[in-house]
Ligand binder design. Structure first.
Ligand SMILES: [Zn+2]
Length: 422
């Protein structure tokens, strides 16, 4: 019988998994695998070192690939024999409370693992594939200090506007962006600002991602019948000043959030939308009426996360012809030098060091509410926001390129979004 094997063309970036690689050379893979636990801990410690958000263990026909998601991108960090991969998968399944027998459909579980002195929460998904079970582990460090607005990359002017608005508003504040754009971190840093106020703050989350002193945090548990809407309704009886709802994800949570925002508190939440005015469309798509949105929506913060250049190795180049064209289509002239990633030991050769947020803040005025009540679409609302002086996402992105924090390649795709810079 002939078998065809397709070699995996992706390069293994061993520098991202130094502890794991060291164990591989110390104890060459064997079938009995007495070192699986040690390997799993080394892998998590490597993930913690490089601030990886996820670990993937993906079996193939010839070998099992181990990958870390760093700054939003998956990197292959090791390749092990299929049998060693099975042992690792079995170990993480057991640790996450998932049945150790072979699965016929995807399963989710969670657990904890201590690695390199850090206790990490794991949200684990196991899925059967033709080559065996693959595992995806989302890592959460619940004791990690909450980032401040300044740490997220928000400009001083935006920070002070946001803080002033928050201190005087009632109604709904939505943080908008695609999946993985850092919306939850922004909400947490807002809570951090509010923590000092003598007000009552409650959160309803799925899951609770960071624990905060002095704030009541409720975790929804749909399996046990505590859904987002149920939890929100229950928490309203405690009469909070600020209520954080993890996400508006369906018509029911939109309805409950809008009702809550109409009761005189400040409701903070996230919604999947392309830009700040897109929050209005997203609420409409979730069944909210124009008059309801006009009555309660106060502020939208739109954001993206982009990779930040490693300060140890970034290098400059004169802009290329295509880069000149990009700037001129955005209505501004290109800077004389643009910064590019290179790669060094400090960044494991990636050229990047974490991520930074790009922001757009839109505070709705009377005219915006009037437009929404009259069914104005996204284009009309975007035009009005721009006239109001809202700084579009792209403008903040370009400022970060000019400040040598991010390369143009990280923000080029934003030129199609929302308003053009004025
Ligand atoms: Zn570097």
């Amino acid at each position: 019988m002939f078998t065809t094997s397709i070699p995996n063309p992706r390069a293994v970036e061993t520098r991202l998994a130094p502890r794991f690689q060291k164990l591989l050379s110390k104890y060459p893979p064997t079938t009995d695998e007495p070192h699986t636990e040690e390997r799993a801990e080394a892998l998590v410690a490597d993930a913690v070192q490089w601030k990886a958000s996820d670990i993937h263990i993906e079996p193939g026909t010839m070998e099992t690939r181990i990958r870390l998601r760093v700054d939003g991108l998956l990197h292959d960090v090791a390749a092990v024999p299929i049998t060693s991969g099975h042992h690792l998968v079995a170990y993480f399944k057991t640790l996450s409370g998932i049945d150790a027998t072979a699965l016929s459909h995807p399963e989710h579980g969670h657990g904890r693992i201590e690695a390199g002195g850090t206790l990490m929460e794991m949200r684990t998904t196991v899925a059967p594939t033709p080559d065996g079970e693959m595992v995806g582990i989302r890592l959460l460090d619940t004791r990690r200090p909450v980032l401040r607005l300044a740490d997220l990359g928000m400009s001083d002017a935006d920070q002070s506007r946001l803080k002033t608005w928050l201190s005087e508003m009632q109604g709904m504040l939505l943080v908008c962006g695609p999946v993985g754009s850092g919306k939850t971190s922004t909400l947490y840093s807002l809570l951090h600002e509010l923590q000092t106020l003598p007000r009552s703050i409650i959160t309803v989350e799925d899951p609770v991602e960071s624990s905060l002193d002095g704030i009541t945090q409720i975790q929804v548990n749909a399996k046990r019948g505590l859904t987002f809407p149920d939890a929100i309704r229950a928490m309203l009886r405690l009469d909070p000043d600020f209520l954080l709802v993890g996400e508006i994800r369906d018509p029911e949570s939109a309805h409950v959030a809008i009702t809550a925002a109409g009761t005189g508190l400040t409701l903070l939440s996230t919604i999947h939308a392309r830009d700040a005015v897109g929050a209005v469309t997203a609420l409409r798509n979730n069944g909210a009426k124009d008059w309801e949105i006009g009555a309660c929506l106060e502020m939208c913060v739109s954001q993206r996360l982009v990779r930040r250049l490693c300060l140890h190795c970034r290098k400059t180049d004169a802009p290329t012809e295509s880069e000149h064209q990009w700037f001129s289509s955005a209505g501004i002239s290109a800077p004389e030098q643009l910064w590019q990633p290179k790669g060094c030991d400090a960044c494991a050769g990636t050229g990047f060091d974490g991520r930074i947020g790009i922001f757009e803040l839109w505070r709705l005025d009377g005219e915006a509410r009037h437009l929404i009540r009259n069914g104005a679409d996204g284009v009309e609302l975007a035009r009005h926001a721009l006239e109001q002086g809202t700084q579009p996402l792209l403008k903040d992105a370009i400022a970060k390129v000019v400040a040598a924090l991010v390369p143009l390649s990280e923000i080029r795709h934003l030129s199609g979004i929302g308003n053009q810079p004025g």
